[in-house]
Design a protein around this ligand. Sequence first.
Ligand code: SF4
Length: 366
Amino acid sequence: MVSWFVRPDALTALEGEGVKGALGRYAAVCRDERAARFLVVKSVPIKVSLDGRDKDLWAEHDARLGELRAAVAELDAAGKEPRDLPGTPGPSMMDLKLELANRMLRSCRFCERRCGADRTKGKRGFCNLDRGTYLSTEFIHMGEEGCFVPSHTFFFIGCTFYCVFCQNWTVSRQVEKGAPVTGRELAALAKRRRLLEKSRNINLVGGEPTPNLHTILDMLAHLDTNVPVLWNSNMYMSSEAMRLLDGCVDVYLADFKYGNDACGWRLSKVRGYWEVTRRNHLLAKDQAEVLIRHLVMPNHLECCTRPILQWIAEHFGNTVRLNIMAQYRPEFEALDSPDIGRRVSAGEVQRAFEIARELGLTNLDL
Ligand code: SF4
């Protein structure tokens, strides 16, 4: 059964979003005027046995995606509420996604590092995670963009990047070990925060949520409360992970860091950054609503900020909400990199905003 309630006090910060705005559907889910996408996934039946071969399960998954999108469009057009969703007597598309994610753990390719580690046997890839999911903390975050707070934020241990300037390095580098959690436990936390503390969303971050895709899908399989899902990520997911996320995410909160591969390699030890993240931003746009964050870094206006903003202007325009962030400060190992070993200057931040406006990007989160 889906919980249903109206929280008038939570509507204030969303005024002006409008149902047709860049985050319009998200706003409607916050207000419980629309169903969170993952609830629709759970209403789509599948026609294949979960014991089947990988290729048959993927074929069924991809075949049902069209049906899923049609269901969301139909529900939205009819203005249907979460409680109007049909149930499924047998396995749903969420069960299928969860099964596929658990199988992928045997040769992990959740992100484009594609380590191939058998995490079910305790092997670890670059993110240094076994099959478990470990939570650093979860709380109501009031420091996110205004339309997202109060945001129920889950900080997962571990990351697929090695950012030398990481501000959450104790989490990403696993200085903190965190507490093991299951999907069922995460679902109970999410439900409680939504119902009792009026959280506006589930905000999945870390570290990075990607290595925990299987647990997050398990959480959504157990969750029966209408709440929008934010995927707060470095956007280095594999194409398979993007397929599993399709339908489950309401807003991609995409951290767009670098405008080229060289900076990605030098500062985050990641290969193919520019191609992979551009692909995933386009997939995200196709699947859900998107807010792109770009952190302005000292001395990276021309190599990173400008090409990123140019690309956003060409491929998103003002259909995306853009947050140009000015809070960079050198942390972790950043002092060893002369270019980013200082705070970003007011002039650099101002120039970043000027570039955005010159490119016609006006849907800025200020
Ligand atoms: S999530 Fe990425 S980094 Fe971690 S084991 Fe899987 S492929 Fe490797």
